[in-house]
Design a protein around this ligand. Structure first.
Ligand SMILES: C[S@@+](CC[C@H](N)C(=O)[O-])C[C@H]1O[C@@H](n2cnc3c(N)ncnc32)[C@H](O)[C@@H]1O
Length: 278
């Protein structure tokens, strides 16, 4: 493997591997929210054929273990404190590996096209004439809502769902259409919004969304450390305090259906056993 590393914060240079030269391709594969059981069958099949796996930090070890032992694994994890790899370097790496003939699986948390920058990687491959296929994944919002029993759309309570990012530069606030998001009877799902929970709640309430609108925060959806907090919009900042894992903020009338207690693994085991017996 020829991935080079340097001090934190300095951009790290990614170098392709030596290897075969013909027939390479890139597969953008959504790894789902974390639980390996939530991978698609197709994702498993593609992963089992990988020659090289280029993965993000949100992809769990259990999922990486599904690639052949012989597959090279390259982490391009981006961390809040030190943004290790520029997107352009990752694009170049994928293209270089495929041109060397490798079967490259680009594995990303959730779905590659949902706030995953998969579109940029697809464009880079296309521009370079490299074959690129996409396998969808279960995005974190769907997993978070489903596990809590909180439908993102619900007849009479949520006629629309809007996915937005809460990401903003340090000190800045998310640049969102608050008037649109403040309309009732819709679910607003916020990725990367944990650290901006206070300003998000303030802006939504300021734009007219009721402070008692039900809200749900799910941290580490589908993972063993999953935590759910059922709250009201006016309490969003307090509910978010103390959480630091990947988390979804979900606001809307249908979040009133959310269950705070995660299902125990035993419950699931019992259901599966009952199902198998019947
Ligand atoms: C860069 S975005 C990637 C989203 C991913 N492509 C997807 O479809 O889920 C990262 C954000 O997704 C959310 N996220 C990802 N995995 C999560 C999980 N298991 N539980 C809760 N939120 C998650 C968090 O808001 C996190 O900050």
């Amino acid at each position: 493997m020829t991935v080079t590393t340097s001090k934190p914060k300095a951009p790290r240079r990614l170098v392709a591997l030596d290897g075969p030269r013909a027939g390479g391709a890139v597969w953008l594969v959504g790894a789902g929210p974390g639980d390996p059981d939530l991978l698609t069958v197709k994702a498993c099949r593609v992963l089992s054929q990988a020659g090289v796996v280029v993965h993000d930090g949100l992809v769990s070890q259990a999922i990486l273990d599904l690639a052949p032992e012989t597959a090279k694994r390259i982490s391009v994890a981006k961390r809040k404190s030190h943004h290790s790899y520029a997107q352009e370097d990752i694009n170049r790496l994928l293209v270089a590996l495929a041109r060397e003939g490798h079967f490259v699986v680009r594995l990303k948390g959730g779905d590659s096209f949902m706030f995953g920058r998969g579109g940029e990687e697809l464009e880079a491959c296309r521009a370079a004439g490299v074959e690129c296929e996409v396998v969808p994944g279960i995005t974190a919002a769907l997993a978070a809502g489903a596990a809590a029993g909180a439908p993102l759309t619900h007849r009479g309570a949520a006629q629309a769902v809007t996915f937005v990012t809460g990401h903003a530069a340090a000190g800045a606030e998310p640049d969102l259409d608050w008037t649109m998001l403040a309309k009732a009877n819709q679910t607003v799902v916020i990725y990367m919004g944990l650290s901006k929970a206070a300003i998000i709640a303030e802006r939504l309430i300021g734009a007219g969304r009721a402070a008692d609108t039900p809200a749900l925060i799910v941290e580490n959806a589908s993972l063993p450390g999953e935590r759910r907090i059922v709250a009201r919009l006016g309490e969003l900042a307090a509910a978010a305090a103390g959480l630091d894992g990947p988390a979804m903020l979900m606001i809307g009338e249908s979040m009133a259906l959310a269950r705070a207690e995660p299902a125990r693994a035993d419950d699931l085991g019992a259901l599966l056993v009952e199902g198998a017996a019947s």
